[in-house]
Design a binder for this molecule. Structure first.
Ligand code: PLP
Length: 364
């Protein structure tokens, strides 16, 4: 979208004073649904609500358990807790997402739903998620907050369960200028309920159908979303190229582990993870920071071991893969704005440390 069109849409909101829902939100929802292949997209206040609202509309509440990943951003489990339910964790697989083949071991009489998380933008093995959900009659709400346009067997994530959550937070691949979220669904009844629930349960100004929330996507943020959405497919493609570049240069560095890429599961590469031996991870991390590289660790303590979650009764060692990965992984940025010099600098610093000798400085 051209800047002039953006300015016109922004000024339209200002001049009409139509600051909640309205045209900009509807347009964004339609364009988002079209881009991601869902029948509907519902704008909400943030990605956390985009997980919470569908869970609530599935009837998840106190006494219920919902299964999610042992390591993820806190909100995957936080949304479950906000429903009054209890998160139950499963261990990770090598792709840094929950191990679908361990789902069944976490199921109890109280299990009501599964929240698979496309952490870093990587798809879970969705065939297995759906098989288990079907067998035990569980709802699936995808936490696809990091995975816009990631796909599994040719279908975009967010389209596998009853609903899929997207975050528009400034750090995400499609980011507005504040908080925002989108729920993807192709279910008519879910769409109808969510639209009521995000707006106080109001059918119109005189009719309240149920108690709801105020969780609307801000209209000015929807204007920003309309401005930026066309560049999303290109940005995701660029992130994939950046990740492929890292793969190419890091795969031969001694001591660096990169997970084999799956052809049937295509990441949106919100983040790029690689692993090294735990004995040197922190030194390499510090080395990269000292070199001015914005390396990160997601997360040094896996979610299930965080102090605020101790009441759930988990202890270190319950999820050995999550534990091992947390000691080994390092995150590199994949932003579409990175140029090849910057990425070459990153990989050459990793190589320099790992080979313990200076490398040739620049390729270009
Ligand atoms: C960002 C994120 C969320 C929450 O999104 P907000 O818009 O910040 O509420 C939930 N889950 C995951 C995996 C995320 O990365």
């Amino acid at each position: 979208m051209a800047l002039e069109v953006f300015e016109k849409m922004w000024n339209d909101v200002l001049s009409t004073g139509d600051f909640t829902l309205g045209k900009a939100v509807t347009e964004f929802e339609e364009r988002f649904a079209k881009m991601c292949g869902s029948k509907y997209a519902i704008g909400v206040a943030n990605g956390t609500d985009a997980i919470k609202l569908p869970l609530k509309m599935c009837g998840v509440g106190p006494g219920d358990e919902v299964i999610t990943a042992a390591n993820t951003f806190v909100a995957s489990a936080g949304a479950i807790v906000e429903c009054g339910a209890t998160p139950r964790f499963v261990d990770m697989c090598e792709h840094y997402v929950l191990d679908s083949y361990k789902l069944e071991s976490a199921i109890t009489e109280k299990t009501k739903a599964i929240v698979p998380v496309s952490f870093t933008g990587e798809p879970c093995e969705m065939d297995e998620v759906l098989r288990v959900a079907d067998k035990y009659k569980l709802h699936v709400v995808e936490d696809n907050c990091q995975g816009v346009l990631a796909s599994y067997k040719g279908k975009f994530l967010g389209n596998f369960g009853i609903a899929g959550a997207i975050s528009l937070h400034p750090l995400k691949n499609l980011n507005v200028w504040g908080d925002g979220g989108v729920i993807m669904t192709s279910d008519d009844e879910m769409n109808r309920k969510l639209r009521l629930y995000r707006n106080h349960g109001m059918f119109d100004r005189d009719t309240i159908t149920m108690f709801g929330l105020n969780s609307r996507l801000d209209s000015l943020q929807a204007v920003v979303g309309n401005y930026l959405i066309d560049s999303t497919p290109g940005n995701v493609e660029q992130r994939r190229r950046n990740a492929a570049y890292y793969d190419m240069y890091l795969k031969d560095v001694p001591g660096v582990f990169i997970v084999p890429r799956r052809t049937h599961a295509v990441s949106s590469f919100h983040l790029y993870f690689f692993e090294v031996d735990e004995a040197i991870r922190n030194d390499l991390y510090q080395y990269l920071l000292d070199a001015g590289i914005e390396a990160k660790i997601h997360y040094p303590t896996p979610l299930y071991l965080q102090p605020g979650l101790q009441y759930l009764g988990y202890k270190e060692g319950d999820f050995p893969v999550a534990d091992r990965q947390a000691k080994r992984y390092i995150t590199l940025m994949t932003d579409e704005h990175l140029n090849q010099n910057q990425m070459y600098y990153c990989v050459s610093k990793v190589r320099e440390f790992m080979c313990n000798k200076p490398q040739e400085k620049y390729l270009y």
